[in-house]
Design a protein around this ligand. Structure first.
Ligand code: SF4
Length: 299
């Protein structure tokens, strides 16, 4: 299989076949993101995709789900994505669905008919890092869209029958706006009604613009305790019909997962009890300052 530069996938795609169709991220400019800084964006040559599918046919013939990598494979045109889907289904007849990372502008660039065609071709549970329900936070993060555009694209995806997951970065508005950010994120997600929500804390990674802004005093980082306060407030505000709440990433201070609305009370209890069990010095630390190691020792 061809994998160039860094390759990422959501934790819940661990059993999916990762098929590289792009390298890097077509945006590659989010304030907090270091994932593809060293990998210039490019589209995989068709020959490489064919070679990988030949290998997959030989080694993983019963693959049921394919996840297209890298950073935002949904940036490809609808025609390109349809061609890839046809190649996947021909090579791997047991495939039931195809996912990938997608940005809000990737969705906006496609017509309603194209989105419906992609759904018919098996695209499902595409992973959208919407991150925040506040416009000024999206601007600060340099996400390249606003809340209104995100809301519009979520409605278009539902109308097209193309299910999607969303990522929310709790604590991204800083410690003074925990309640406001939690409420805005919950309102956006309640309207979006995704299949799955992936929640994680904001990390300040070395070499990112966010690290510079933190050093200049233009951003205030939340502690792990404040992150948990916001995650709890966010979950309290969620009113979802049928959605996985996924907080099992290694960066989640209290690992939880459940189905909403069924498990809402149990998830809140687990978060509150987990928070109460964490030593105060760990709760007072920041996600980017080695807290994962301290938490692993704690758990
Ligand atoms: S769109 Fe995703 S992968 Fe690309 S820079 Fe932003 S967070 Fe990173």
């Amino acid at each position: 299989m061809h994998y160039d530069g860094m390759t990422f996938r959501p934790p819940y795609e661990a059993y999916s076949l990762l098929l590289q169709v792009t390298r890097g991220c077509s945006h590659n400019a989010c304030t907090f993101c270091s994932m593809y800084r060293a990998t210039p964006f490019s589209v995989s040559p068709a020959e490489e995709i064919v070679e990988d599918l030949v290998e997959a046919t030989r080694d993983y013939p019963y693959t049921r789900r394919v996840f297209l990598v890298n950073g935002d494979a949904f940036c490809l045109s609808a025609n390109e994505l349809v061609t890839i889907a046809d190649m996947v289904h021909e090579a791997l007849p047991h495939v039931q669905s195809i996912g990938c990372y997608a940005r809000i502008p990737n969705v906006a660039a496609k017509t309603d008919d194209e989105l419906a065609l992609l759904a018919a071709k098996g695209y499902a549970d595409i992973n959208i890092g919407v991150e925040s329900g506040l416009d000024d936070v999206l601007t600060f993060m340099n996400k390249g869209y606003d809340v209104a555009l995100a809301r519009e694209q979520f409605a278009r995806l539902h109308a097209a029958g193309l299910p999607f997951n969303v990522n929310i970065i709790n604590a991204a508005a800083g410690p003074r706006r925990i309640a406001e950010h939690a409420a805005a994120n919950a309102a956006l997600v309640n309207e979006a009604q995704p299949t799955l929500i992936f929640v994680s804390p904001l990390h300040v990674d070395p070499g990112t613009p966010l690290e510079r802004l933190l050093g200049e005093g233009r951003f205030e980082e939340c502690t792990l305790g404040q992150y948990l306060e916001e995650e709890i407030a966010f979950l309290e505000g969620l009113e979802l019909d049928d959605c996985v709440f996924f907080g099992l990433h290694v960066s989640n201070p209290v690992p939880v997962q459940g189905l909403l609305p069924r498990d809402k009370a149990a998830l809140l209890t687990a978060l509150r009890e987990g928070m109460a069990a964490i030593p105060p010095e760990v709760l007072a630390s920041h996600p980017s300052k080695g807290s994962e190691g301290r938490l692993r020792r704690h758990w």
